[in-house]
Design a protein around this ligand. Structure first.
Ligand SMILES: Cc1ncc(COP(=O)(O)O)c(C=O)c1O
Length: 432
């Protein structure tokens, strides 16, 4: 694919403010390059918009990869951050603090009230990866204490799924079967196996008496917006019960209102519940925090000293999360996510292009699958003022702020349509 920069475009890379290149040079000189980034430097945002060094405005359909659920620089988030920072920022887990207790109560009570997952305890972490690491440790401890006699040291297998994504630390990476992420760091943690997603018939073969945990995203985000079937989640639940394994739902990307329900698994019947649920991304609208929510059955096996963190559960993050959670968990807010998510989906379905294969979505997590690699579309959209990201399987992923308006969705879709026309011209030209 040719990279053609067109200075007639509203947000052309070639017209970037000169300060942009200075800042990028500084990054290149002093920070480790593990990300390929476009030549744009953002300075601030407001709602669903971001602004670059040269004051150019971009509509943001990425929301920090499903993080800024309430948009950028939300005034209430800023107020809570400031007020809590004036009280106390950090205490360590040597002592109790007020916001962590309040947040834990809110999360557990709202989850129980759904009538689905009957969670009973929370452990706070700093990120999604760390939440998953903790979940794997808890599962291994449960297995050691509940395995059949003589099997205590054999029951350590963790099953995850093809196209799943659970993070980049060694345990989470071991559950993320993407050769691009795993290969440079082999060997990984022993005991991980990767089963085909949504393949009910394969479950018994992978989930055995040696399995201590199964980890699954009810909707795979990074993997291309792949939605688990009811039958598949039910089978995982029943197989985990059969072999005495813990079922972990990684709702780091698809949970916390993203689908228009508090948790993605609430889109399924009440049989589709985990023993452990991990969350992170939008919990504090961008302030780093994660959490592991567990049932009594798991909690009773974990004792003082089993797990720890310096920053997890700090009063600042928990105060912000508590305020964010109060807002995103109301029925009105979730109803709006469902309504605007349906509108977004209709708009995507209205795009006619020979390159498009299908639209997949649940609420405000949407995927537009192409017949070819859509990577060039990201730059084509950005140079027209729209931020989008890709996912696996030739899919463009849309995970905007949950409070994005219909007018903003329409504005973005119009830009996307223009970008797709150019993408088509270039792709079909190359193919011809
Ligand atoms: C489903 C899922 N799990 C885990 C993670 C890792 O979370 P973090 O980047 O906060 O460590 C991500 C991040 O994209 C994710 O989407």
């Amino acid at each position: 694919m040719l990279l053609i920069t067109d200075s007639s475009l509203s947000h052309a890379d070639v017209d970037a403010d000169p300060k942009t290149l200075d800042i990028i040079d500084k990054h290149a000189k002093y920070t480790l390059t593990t990300y390929g980034r476009p030549p744009v430097v953002f300075t601030h945002g407001k709602g669903s918009y971001l602004y670059d060094v040269g004051h150019r405005e971009y509509l943001d359909f990425t929301a920090g990869i499903a993080v800024n659920a309430l948009g950028h620089s939300d005034p209430e988030v800023a107020r809570v951050l400031f007020d809590q920072a004036k009280q106390v920022v950090h205490l360590s887990n040597l002592y109790y603090n007020v916001p962590a207790g309040e947040l834990a109560e809110q999360l557990i009570e709202a989850t129980r009230a759904s009538g689905h997952f009957q969670a009973s305890k929370i452990f706070f972490s700093n990120s999604g990866t760390e939440a998953n690491e903790g979940a794997f440790k808890f599962a291994r401890k449960v297995a050691k204490l509940t395995a059949k006699k003589g099997q205590e040291n054999n029951k350590f297998g963790i099953v995850s799924f093809k196209n799943g994504f659970h993070g980049r630390s060694m345990g989470a990476l071991s559950a993320t079967p993407n050769p691009k992420y795993q290969k440079p760091f082999l060997p990984l943690v022993p005991g991980f196996a990767h089963a085909p997603f949504n393949d009910v018939a394969a479950v018994d073969q992978y989930v055995t008496e040696e399995t201590c945990a199964v980890v699954v995203e009810p909707i795979q985000g990074e993997g291309g917006i792949n939605i688990a079937t009811e039958e598949f989640l039910k089978k995982l639940r029943s197989r985990c019960d059969e072999v005495g394994a813990v079922l972990i739902f990684d709702e780091i990307q698809c949970g916390l209102g993203r689908t228009g329900k508090l948790w993605a698994h609430q889109n399924y019947s009440k049989d589709c519940v985990p023993d452990i649920l991990t969350m992170a991304k939008p919990l504090a609208n961008g302030f780093p925090i994660g959490a592991i929510m567990i049932t009594d059955k798991v909690a009773e096996k974990i004792v003082i000293g089993d797990h720890g963190t310096t920053f997890g559960g700090n009063p600042l993050g928990c105060a912000v999360a508590s305020s964010v959670f109060r807002r995103i968990s109301t029925p009105e807010f979730l109803e709006n996510v469902r309504k605007n998510g349906a509108h977004f989906k209709e708009q995507l379905e209205s795009i006619s292009s020979p390159l498009i294969k299908e639209v997949r979505s649940k609420g405000m997590i949407l995927g537009l699958e192409f017949k070819v690699d859509p990577a060039p579309l990201v730059a084509l959209a950005r140079e027209r003022g729209l931020l989008i990201i890709t996912a696996a399987n030739n899919t463009v992923r849309f995970v905007p702020a949950l409070n994005i308006s219909k007018a903003e969705i329409d504005q973005g879709i119009n830009i996307l349509k223009e970008a797709i026309v150019t993408f088509e011209d270039r792709t079909l030209d190359v193919a011809a």
